[in-house]
Design a protein around this ligand. Sequence first.
Ligand code: ATP
Ligand code: MG
Length: 573
Amino acid sequence: MRWTKSLIATLRDNPGDAEIDSHKLLMRAGLARKTAAGLYSYMPLGMRVLEKIRAIVRDEMDKAGALEISMPILQPAELWRVTGRWDSMGPNMFKLRDRAEHDYALGPTAEETTTDLVKGVVSSYRQLPVTVYQIQWKFRDETRPRFGLMRSKEFLMKDAYSFDADAEGADANYWKMYHAYERVFARCGLKAVPVQADGGDMGDSLTHEFHVLADAGEDGIAFCEGCGAAANLEKAERSPAPAQDAPCPPYSEVATPDAKTIEQVSSFMGLDPSLFVKSLVYAADGKPVMVCVPGDRDVNEVKLRRFLGAGSVALADFGTVLRATGANAGFVGPVAPADGSLRILADSSLKGAAGRITGANKDGFHLKNVDLARDAKIADGDYADLAIAVAGDACPHCGRPITIKRGIEVGQVFKLGTKYSAAFGAVYKNDKLEEKTMIMGCYGIGVSRTLQAVIEQCHDKDGIVWPASVAPYQVAIDLLDPKDEKVSSAAFALEKELEDAGIDCIVDDRDERPGVKFKDADLIGFPVRVVVGAKGLAGGGIEIKRRDEDKSKTRIVPPSEALAAVSAALAGR
Ligand code: ATP
Ligand code: MG
């Protein structure tokens, strides 16, 4: 391929809305162009990368025995109404209506469509297990589309769905996909780690997210170097030891005018935030509940929702807080709230806590010397692990201190059980001709997000450093003197040689200074750069350099040895 024919437009400056390196480089290297907020067009270079990732995903899915299908992006509302998700997906779903007034969604995912499809095709245990997948554009009206392809409104997702006759089969399928995912990400040149995640609506259901570790990641992940456990912070359990505070005198009021936050009150009183009890009123499925955690901790709303078995939890509105406690947020606490029947939950590390400071349920006041067991009505069973884990917390499995890292979720595997198959009546007949409900799993990979995750993990100050497997071209041939017949024919001869050997390459045949060509090649990040110029050729050679090595490692070889040298350079990538 020739550069002058390939619609490459690199940018000198970072786009104003790009906050993270991979977004900046995606745009500067000319892989994609922004069409509107959260919507991107893939340019030829970006398209090549996307296709290479798609091919790896497809290959691993096929090897895992999954069958490729394609279902409509435009999904009828009736299917979503079967599971109630037409409403529960909320504003995340793009909804539209046809001229006959029928409702549709632009598919954000496809559990409903797939279950309905398979239900119509599978009727006997002899057809099971079966796994189908598609690689297709998905749509989500994200609250904050950002970071380029990482969180966009339209993105390419591989979604697979397994259907099994029994739980053992469903388990086996889950792990088969888990291992296929490990191979997919490794082949894309990514270090992706599987971490335990929250089952969401599925309660305790088994699920792993695959995360690419990067400071720019939106998710926090708890790691234990001791036993290797890894969990999304949403899920990460702690087993905090109960407090063993000394008995304290009866509690008394302290005026804390204008000091509402823990930081404000603790600096006002000159006491460490950990001595405070942070009390928040939540509405769990609309019902108020108070949650107490140590002053230096935050409530983990995912754990809270799971503990309560609630459909939704959110901070209560101002009126609810006032009715439940008698005060405004900032001054509420577990001791004698206005509503004597308000349920109060506390983090396990507060069991046995005494001599603590809490809100007084009276605006402008706090209480000191609170002994939770003595002064607050908290049932024994309402002490639970409700706080977000922080670095240094004991691993619940081995007790060693955990560390926290940031990750980008590139994929997720999920045991669904019978949630969708039961709703759709997706049943099969077993060998005794009894009707049984199919057991499902679903497995997603963000193909377009993976593209950008590779950039996030593989770049340096000069640009992208593509792994050879997904690079737009494996080799860039910088033709330094395009007007020199002899030099160009050497470059084009090498291009042909490489292509015949199955190595894709692009010849930079622009009439530009060498510096411009080198800069662009580094920015786009072709794994191997070959320089063909009049001076070099006169000296008997062409230059070969790997993108991930510095100049000192440049090899100079005669044209006849170029193919072998390039292949050797690529072998290490
Ligand atoms: P997130 O928590 O990041 O919003 P999710 O858990 O809702 O993602 P899934 O439903 O698990 O996403 O979708 C499967 C995969 O699709 C994700 O692992 C992710 O790689 C990708 N993905 C999800 N939402 C987006 C998006 N808005 N833009 C790009 N990729 C996305
Ligand atoms: Mg997910």
